[in-house]
Design a protein around this ligand. Structure first.
Ligand SMILES: Nc1ncnc2c1ncn2[C@@H]1O[C@H](COP(=O)(O)OP(=O)(O)OP(=O)(O)O)[C@@H](O)[C@H]1O
Ligand SMILES: Cc1ncsc1CCO
Length: 207
């Protein structure tokens, strides 16, 4: 395992293939962010091939931003294959509180047990089964308000939970770190959080 300062070089050296099942809005931007960081993105989502590809890729990044029932099938197939192979997989629960399809998909995906769960404060509060103030893809809660929910989910699932916002809160349920350094311009650009969760996947595969 590399130290945080060694991790970027370790990731570049490994150049991990990252299977991304992500939303239409983020797809291009997220792929470019992964390439810039030194990973090798592949956007592979159809259930006809998602599981097969997950057997080749060392890590899977799942993002529920633009959902359809068929995409959910692909997500579940890929997540199950990754889990069975003991490979990491990351779940970004975009707007998971908003509709029945999203709530149902999130519940099924959480049952597979992601290695890392990433979302804004309202999404993480909703995953913990609490009422959130989110609106669409935007958070209506502070990161601080989601810390308890993040710890609860991390302990229950045995995963890392990252709550994103002005200062990110990352926990395994016992230890936690707060990460600052973002820009107030970042919420004005779409797909920042989506790209971050895919980057987490790349690092999980490589370091
Ligand atoms: N107000 C802010 N000030 C500084 N940095 C921020 C702020 N809001 C977000 N960020 C940065 O943007 C990153 C993504 O966080 P955010 O919560 O906006 O993701 P998101 O809502 O899931 O994004 P998207 O759904 O558009 O992909 C954070 O990790 C943080 O670095
Ligand atoms: C705007 C938007 N709508 C669904 S996914 C997405 C990208 C940011 O979450």
């Amino acid at each position: 395992m590399s130290t945080p300062s060694e991790s970027p070089a370790a990731m570049r050296a490994a150049a991990p293939l990252v299977q991304c099942i992500t939303n239409f809005v983020a797809m291009n931007f997220q792929a470019d962010v992964l390439l810039a960081a030194g990973a090798a993105p592949a956007m592979v989502h159809d259930p006809e091939e998602a599981g097969e590809f997950a057997a080749i890729a060392p890590v899977v990044s799942v993002n529920i931003g633009t959902l359809s029932p068929r995409w959910v099938e692909g997500m579940l197939e890929a997540a199950l294959v990754a889990r069975k192979a003991n490979s990491p997989w990351v779940l970004d629960t975009v707007a998971c509180f908003a509709t029945g399809l999203r709530r149902d998909a999130t519940a099924k995906l959480m049952q597979v047990g992601p290695s890392i769960l990433s979302g804004n404060a309202s999404e993480i509060i909703a995953v913990a089964g609490q009422a959130s103030a989110g609106r669409g893809v935007d958070a209506g809660d502070t990161v601080a308000a989601a810390e308890e929910a993040a710890c609860k989910v991390a302990k229950q699932v045995g995963c890392i939970v990252a709550v994103t916002g002005e200062v990110d809160y990352v926990t395994d349920g016992e230890k936690a770190v707060r990460i600052s350094g973002g820009s107030s311009l970042m919420p004005q650009v779409t797909a920042m959080g989506c790209s971050l969760s895919a980057l987490c996947a790349a690092y999980a595969a490589a370091v």
